[in-house]
Design a protein around this ligand. Structure first.
Ligand code: HEC
Length: 146
């Protein structure tokens, strides 16, 4: 605290308070970044499971990352926000309970996959990663523009 000036501290408080009024552009970018993290883990997991790359020991870490990230999906979409870049359909906020249930499906599929990845049982891993892929697709089919 010794090095933090009162002026800087006051500035941080202002930044923290203004965070409640996020713009649509910022909200869209935030949730697209959140989706890219999911996409990055899934891409790496696919390459490992298909044997394209030799990073088998990293599979469980990707699975845990995916499971953690999947918990952020509902919150990232909670506030309605759209812009020209967004591929989100406005149905999300008209059918919020269904959208939220699809986010929950991903959370549980990702948690089960993380358990399987920790076990090292490749046939269980393949089955559970398939279920994760279905959970992604299940939501995109209804709520994401092609
Ligand atoms: C509950 C719904 C839901 C689930 C589950 C879901 N997504 Fe998405 N995803 C969306 C929506 C809606 C968009 C469009 C967001 C936007 O453009 O504003 C999106 C966009 C994306 C994008 C494109 C981001 C961009 O910048 O255009 C990627 C990549 C993606 N999702 C990957 C995944 C992966 C991988 C999974 C599963 C591990 C997944 N998503 C699960 C709803 C979901």
């Amino acid at each position: 605290m010794r090095f933090v000036s009162p002026v800087l501290l006051a500035g941080l408080v202002v930044v923290a308070c203004s965070a409640s009024a996020a713009s649509d552009d910022d909200l869209v970018e935030y949730r697209e970044d959140a989706m890219h993290v999911l996409g990055g883990h899934m891409g790496s997991i696919g390459a490992i499971v298909k044997g394209k790359v030799p990073f088998t020991d990293d599979l469980a870490t990707h699975a845990r990352g995916l499971a953690a990230q999947s918990k952020l999906v509902k919150g990232a979409f909670k506030d309605k926000a759209m812009n020209g870049d967004s591929e989100a359909k406005s149905d999300i906020w008209e059918n919020w309970d269904d959208f939220a249930a699809k986010a929950d499906d991903l959370e549980s599929a990702a948690a089960e996959f993380a358990d399987a990845a920790g076990s090292g049982d490749m046939s269980a891993i393949r089955a559970k990663v398939g279920a994760v892929g279905k959970a992604c697709k299940g939501c995109h089919d209804d709520y994401k523009e092609d």
